[in-house]
Design a protein around this ligand. Structure first.
Ligand code: FES
Length: 149
């Protein structure tokens, strides 16, 4: 694995020591997602207070890229308000780990990198629809989630 230039030190370190790994009991949002072809799957847990992500955790298993991207995503959204999370784009996440090139070069690896973002967008989509009754935002989020990869 370390011979592939995609596996930077940062990615390897995050995959060994993921951030915000664990579970929230009775979270406001829980979303499970998986990449059926590789069998990896994650569960994302979020609490929302005052329209902010007051806590976020994840568990499950995934390859190094999946674990690193999920870790970074949780770090980037923790404490942020829902508006920020709603507008959060995949490029922001990918560039944080130097993985922007995956969009063009690796349709398989891009699924590893964006699994958590898909779970996040679907998770908050349900929240916007059911708890905030914001149907327009919910519709946009659902569309964005389904077209991530
Ligand atoms: Fe399954 Fe990367 S190989 S998420």
């Amino acid at each position: 694995m370390s011979g592939d230039p995609i596996y930077t030190e940062m990615i390897i370190e995050y995959s060994r020591n993921p951030s915000n790994y664990g579970k929230i009991d009775e979270p406001h949002i829980h979303r499970h997602d998986s990449n059926p072809l590789c069998g990896d799957s994650i569960d994302l847990y979020l609490n929302i207070d005052d329209k902010k992500i007051s806590d976020v955790k994840f568990d499950g298993k995934g390859c190094a890229i999946c674990m690193a991207c999920t870790s970074v995503l949780t770090e980037m959204i923790k404490g942020k308000d829902l508006d920020y999370v709603k507008k959060f784009e995949k490029d922001e996440l990918l560039s944080e780990l130097g993985l922007e090139h995956l969009i063009k070069t690796s349709p398989v690896r891009i699924k590893c990198a964006l699994l958590s973002l898909k779970a996040l967008k679907y998770g908050i989509y349900s929240y916007f629809a059911e708890k905030m009754n914001d149907i327009e935002s919910a519709g946009n989020l659902k569309e964005e989630a389904s077209s991530l990869y």
